[in-house]
Design a protein around this ligand. Structure first.
Ligand code: ATP
Length: 235
């Protein structure tokens, strides 16, 4: 078993206020791990710390290498890439221009990778000349994922990809994580939509008040009575 990402004893604070308390997580290569939890549980804070945007205490290793001292650019160059909750696109540029800007870390090979991204997201190929601001919410999320894929990530961290999307589209977007995984990417997926996230993930962590209160195979977590009651309603 190769660990793509491993963190241990990770704590993150905003000034005096602790938001994440000593959490540990292992992401096996070629799998999807999801972190579910309510608003304000600390999920985004943890992803931002892993990406190198926020300072943290604790240990972090990426494919066995300690990256605690690396800044965000170094982590991204190594292939640890975050798609933030606010899908930051270049609104006045076309779909294709957005994709090509995503490939900036590997100049010269962007044409090949564009074909890979078009295979993963045929919609982005169809809409390649459309201005990003005119895309639907689901298409914008696909573009954010496609753009991240242009930099050939080894681990992709997705912060609430389903945010603001209609239920049918949520399923569509989360299903694309399965294809990204097949393309060789390991995925760390933060979601409030527990039902949809647990359906596509291999392992799951439940976060409450900055700590993981439960973790295990996603199918076991989905059957946990507390998770079913609090995070998935009764249906
Ligand atoms: P959401 O799904 O609503 O984004 P979350 O689980 O991602 O929730 P975080 O955004 O990580 O939660 O927030 C965790 C805690 O840290 C919350 O109590 C939040 O108010 C606090 N927090 C987040 N950002 C800041 C900040 N910039 N300064 C101070 N406190 C913050």
């Amino acid at each position: 078993m190769t660990l793509a990402l491993s963190i241990a004893g990770v704590s993150v604070s905003y000034g005096q206020v602790a938001a994440v308390h000593s959490v540990g997580l292992d992401l096996e290569r070629g799998t999807t791990a999801t972190i579910i939890g309510a608003n304000g549980a600390g999920k985004s804070t943890l992803l931002n710390a892993i990406a190198g945007i926020l300072p943290m205490q604790g240990r972090i290793s990426f494919f066995g290498r300690d990256i605690g001292d690396e800044k965000i650019e170094g982590r991204a160059r190594s292939g640890l890439v975050l798609i933030p909750e606010r899908r930051e696109l270049f609104s006045s540029m076309t779909v294709e221009e957005n994709l090509l800007l995503g490939g900036y870390t590997r100049r010269g090979e962007d044409g090949d990778q564009l074909a890979v991204v078009h295979d993963l997201f045929p919609r982005l190929k169809e809409r390649r000349n459309q201005i990003a601001v005119t895309l639907s919410g689901g298409e914008r999320q696909m573009l954010a994922m496609g753009r991240a894929m242009m930099s050939r990530p080894r681990v992709l961290m997705l912060d609430e990809p389903s945010l603001g999307l209609a239920p049918l589209i949520v399923r569509d977007i989360l299903d694309t994580t399965v294809r990204l995984k097949e393309a060789g990417v390991s995925i760390l997926l933060v979601e409030q939509n527990a039902r949809a996230a647990l359906a596509v993930a291999d392992t799951a962590y439940v976060m409450e008040n900055g700590q993981f209160i439960l973790s295990g195979p996603a199918r076991d977590i989905a059957c946990n009575p507390r998770v079913a009651e609090i995070y998935m309603g009764q249906s």
